[in-house]
Design a protein around this ligand. Sequence first.
Ligand code: FAD
Length: 426
Amino acid sequence: MGRAFVYVILGGGVASGYAALEFTKRGVSHGELCIISEETVAPYERPALSKGYLLPEAPARLPAFHTCVGANQERLTPKWYKEHGIELVLGTRVISADVRRRTLLTAAGETISYKILIVATGARALKLEEFGVNGSDAENVCYLRNLTDANRLVDAMNSCSRGNAVIIGGGYIGMECAASLVINKINVTMVFPEAQCMPRLFTPKIASFYEDYYKAKGVEFVKGTVLTSFDMDSNGKVVAVNLRDGKRLPADMVVVGIGIRPNTSLFEGQLTMEKGGIKVNGKMQSSNSSVYAVGDVAAFPVKLFSETRRLEHVDSARKSARHAVSAIMDPEKTGDFDVVPFFYSRVFTLSWQFYGDNVGEAVHFGDFSGNTFGAYWVNKGHLVGSFLEGGTKEEYEAIAMITSLKPAIEDLTKLESQGLSYAMAV
Ligand code: FAD
């Protein structure tokens, strides 16, 4: 049993949706393109799952946030794929790949062959079991990577009104979920081993602003320790979490956000890997010329840093997907992928954007007791990263632009006093 396509996109997430739109813009013919996804719904804007999806009132639900609404483009519903002759093979897990034969084998036993494959398998949430803690299967322990997880989280929230939630992890999933749980009138305690929230991105000064803001909303922080075990009731529901520092926190629900791992396993030993992802060149092409990789799973050369990186952000998923399709359909006119890494988050009424790299010395600016503040990062005499909370559209555009220019910075004190006006002047 088998089907053959010219182009196959493996994975039905953000990158997949943006690649599909780009294929149609570049004139793919009916029947040439197939998308295979383990998820049962057409590609959607994944960031909505920790934001609008968790709101107590008028929550976002599909079809409202199918790709590519996040970039203010056409919204691709299942009908759209049908009308464009794109085969959506949903609810189907690919269990093995043979890049020499150019075939994929699905869990249902079907072989799907391709001329060109785009790997857009994204990443999976790391499980507690990988850190030696059991209990992930309990019905009130939630992760958040896909729609199934989000529905489970919503169910857990609904059965825990005014109860206690413990969030394990202080990264963006933990921070965004904490805000959503508070809005749903649930008491939240966040537990993480580091000294501050968002340790991979925030400086201590920035982290302290958000922690104070969260505390004012009732969130408690337990830092510098980790979860060691759960206490369960006779139905297998978690009733408390035990921490290494000896604390025991009563819990009606638990949300775990402890990082992700790219879904590369189908291609281990077949494609070159780097930084935990599939290594690609500036055309998003892997070590096998028929296979491209995009989104969270791809490790690509970031021109701005002259370094191969893997980015776990929606903007790079969208742009790398479009770039790969452009390189496939119009190789002569497609240069090397050039993107300024960009990451954003929205919690409560706060909203921040970050561009570039957070290495070197951080120079803070603005009013940390008010609404608009930020930081630049200066490395080896050049501005390489910018963060801004509470900016306007023009201000965000300005920090994006200044970061892409990587200007030389001679005087950090001057940069600090100029603050946002330094970026706005360019
Ligand atoms: P994904 O969107 O994860 O899609 C991967 C797809 O591949 C899935 O459909 C999966 O089921 C499928 N798949 C995997 N393996 C197989 C297989 N073997 N067979 C079939 N199908 C398979 N980024 C930001 O910049 N800002 C944010 O605010 C933000 N918020 C986020 C909130 C949440 C809750 C999450 C989970 C992520 C968030 N991100 C955010 C990150 C962003 O969503 C990802 O960077 C983006 O989704 C990556 O796109 P992708 O297509 O590479 O992977």
